[in-house]
Design a protein around this ligand. Structure first.
Ligand code: COA
Length: 151
């Protein structure tokens, strides 16, 4: 059974492993640790037993918008709905904190992640050129958390 719960200091080793397996340019351990203090109650892990299989970090900006700082699922556990569970939980917490929308940056070449976010209701709003370094552009993707449209 997979549960989503708050990250703790004891989880950092496994979170860092997932991070290094998931990104060419991973966040350093020290930054992943600093977010434990910066992202109070918005730093979540997916756990199967004692094993960490994914994590997400969010932050509330200006009291009205949620920023997805990072999300990653261990490669062997992808495409099983774990990323969606992490994202849904953080969006609920964003809403409880008064966020009207959630947004993120994603590398324009990261097609799996773009599909993942689209599947979860995010739309590409615009491109931020050189966001990840020279020639490495990002899409900014946004999801409205405020209005509930009728089907
Ligand atoms: C992006 C990521 C977090 C998705 O996690 P996940 O647990 O695999 O996602 P889910 O299983 O919840 O996927 C939900 C839907 O997203 C889409 N999706 C997910 N991975 C996809 C892929 N590789 N290719 C195409 N669509 C994909 C699918 O529509 C999927 O539904 P389906 O399995 O019924 O087809 C994961 O691929 C990952 O860790 N990637 C590396 C880190 C990364 O790029 N993070 C984002 C940085 S901005």
């Amino acid at each position: 059974m997979v549960i989503i719960t708050d990250a703790t200091e004891a989880d950092l080793g496994q979170i860092f492993e997932i991070e290094t397996e998931s990104f060419d340019d991973p966040y350093p351990y020290s930054l992943l640790r600093a977010y434990l203090f910066l992202a109070n109650k918005l730093y979540l892990v997916a756990k199967e037993g004692e094993k960490i299989i994914g994590y997400i970090i969010g932050i509330i900006q200006y009291g009205y918008r949620g920023h997805i700082v990072s999300i990653a699922v261990e490669p062997a556990y992808r495409k099983k709905g774990i990323g969606t569970k992490l994202l849904s939980e953080i969006e609920e917490r964003f809403k409880l904190n008064g966020a009207k929308y959630s947004y993120l940056e994603v590398n324009i070449n990261n097609l799996p992640a773009i599909s993942f976010y689209r599947e979860n209701g995010y739309l590409i709003m615009y491109m931020r050129r050189n966001y990840y370094g020279r020639g490495k552009h990002a899409f900014v993707m946004i999801k409205n958390l405020y209005y509930k449209f009728l089907d």
